[in-house]
Design a protein around this ligand. Sequence first.
Ligand code: PMP
Length: 412
Amino acid sequence: HPALPVHELRADFPVLAQSVHGQPLAYLDNAATTQLPRAVLQAMERFETQDRANIHRGVHTLSQRATDAFDAARATLKAFVGADDTHELVFTSGTTEALNMVAHGLWAGGPGHAWLRPGDEIIVSGLEHHANLLPWQHAARMSGAVLRVLQPDAQGRLHLQDLAKLLGERTRVLALTATANATGEQPRYAAMLELARDAGALTVLDAAQAVAHAMPPLTQLACDFMAFSGHKMHGPMGTGALVGRREALERLYPLRLGGDMVDWVRLDGAGFAALPARLEGGTPNVAGAVGLAAAARYIDAIGRERIDAHVQALRAQAAAGLAALDGVTVLSPHATQAALVAFVARDVHPHDIGTLLDERGIAVRTGHHCAQPLHDHLGLGPTTRASFALYNTADEVERLLAGVARALEVLR
Ligand code: PMP
């Protein structure tokens, strides 16, 4: 793939052109939140200054334009993830809400409705972000189902044969991440989803860390539900989507009951509207949806394979440099396809490393990365994580390595 014109691309991101503590900002916290290109802001500004109105309700021109903009954003994002007419996309506030909609939707609705029954089994992996664990803990409690965990080995890898052993007659759900945000681990999710579907389970993919990168189109995955966040793909914060097979989405009891999601309402009951409205109760974040679609177009104009080649090279450079430092251990060193690298350093607390890096203008994340059970399982405390996006440079990675080396000297 031809190299990215990184310096030209950086000019698209106003936030990058600043100093922090007197040093040029090196923003290496992209797994938490990526930055926003001007094109996304402009798309949102256009909507807010020309077309802003409520959708699906007005016969007036602005309401129709807003409805059209919302529908066009939906179509753009469906194409972005490789969905087709057998799928639908529901706008959410992010991955967390999308996963909660699925887990809630499968236990709620009362007797006779719920997919999950007492004694059923839900499988989650031990790599999951809390957003793909807590909703399932709750779903298990509410339905009487049992939560089973596909644990990684000591290197943080999941194995297909371990999943095969867990699957059984009572398995109703597999909820799995496409990329673990804490380690960069990328399980063989395509094969795992297929195995689970063959066993009769509904399959849920957390694509928060994967959606900005090359992925198989949804049509080629045995995936019933896929969740992602806008702010991890250069889109607005507080946006995201749940994409799913229509039949699977129709099983969900809606999380948000209220306006715009009903066909009829009486005082003693209501009939829900067809998808996607059924799952989109209340006034949506239309500017956010418009911005999210603009982010998808921005990424596609550059090309996800090209972006991946770039961030994987930065990850390799960072992982090699960190591993060469005294007493530093890189997590999941085999995860060469990842856009992030997490590490621990003997005798030094990640929080102190993060603070010293910040003094040099370098932004990284430290802690448990909302994946506490994974850290417990691997016998780890908190870690330091650097994560890369299309605008990061080899020079920034060198600054990171020099900064970590210096921090270890000072702190030891
Ligand atoms: N899953 C994964 C793998 C994530 O990395 C994140 C964000 N750190 C989430 C879920 C939650 O995403 P959000 O906070 O945007 O809802």
